[in-house]
Design a protein around this ligand. Structure first.
Ligand SMILES: [Mg+2]
Length: 219
């Protein structure tokens, strides 16, 4: 039997859509902020999160950071995450147009089950779900999918919030990359190196359809 990654690789690139999970499909970090503030007695605001690494904004020690990672990957926490507004409308349209919707998350592989349940509970259309080791944190998992494997895949459309992954996609994928505006990608040094009209910053899902229509018209 083939793996989800192998099934995704078999899809034609112009049919593939890459969907990050946290802070793209799910409203994750807005829920993490009160959780970590309560746990570590901090008063951090969402808009102060100028780095993708939460340990920096919350000034966590290495041990606290480990506890924080456990807390944000806890099944009960992940199960309760809200879906971002406008997701279903766009994904249903893409699904009906015959695109292959791949949810590609950097969450550790042991969150696979709860993540799939969340996608089903929220009614998010998707065809494959893959935990890729985007940030080199999955070392201990037997079934880890290294980021290198993703280099070989191009996507017609990709949605990300991570500056590192957005840069990776501009290098290895040929389609449009929608960067979901978040405080940690607003002034990131990595993104200053990106000079391509293929990367488009958006604030809401509802902006995507309008962008794609105007691109189709200008072709
Ligand atoms: Mg994300």
């Amino acid at each position: 039997m083939s793996t989800p990654f192998e099934r995704l690789a078999a899809v034609r690139p112009e049919r593939r859509i890459y969907l990050d999970l946290d802070d793209v499909l799910a409203e994750t970090t807005r829920q993490i902020v009160p959780l970590l503030n309560a746990r570590f007695e901090r008063e951090v605001c969402f808009d102060e999160l100028r780095d993708f690494d939460l340990g920096i904004a919350f000034e966590l020690t290495d041990t606290e950071r480990e506890h924080a990672m456990d807390a944000v990957h806890d099944e009960l926490f992940l199960r309760e995450l809200p879906l971002r507004e406008g997701v279903l409308e766009v994904l249903r349209e893409w699904d009906q147009s015959g695109y292959h919707l791949a949810v590609i998350t950097g969450r550790p592989p042991d969150t696979h089950g709860v993540s799939l349940e969340w996608l089903a509970d929220q009614g998010v259309p998707h065809h494959t779900f893959v935990c890729v080791d985007k940030y080199g944190r999955h070392g201990e998992f037997e079934n880890r999918v290294p980021l290198d494997q993703l280099r070989a895949l191009s996507f017609e459309i990709a949605l990300e919030d991570s500056p590192e992954m957005a840069l990776f996609l501009t290098r290895h994928s040929h389609g449009h990359i929608f960067l979901m505006d978040r405080p940690w990608n607003r002034e990131h040094d990595l993104l200053r190196r990106v000079d391509t009209p293929r990367m488009i910053r958006i604030h809401e899902w509802s902006e995507i359809t309008a962008h794609l229509r105007s691109m189709t018209r200008s072709r």
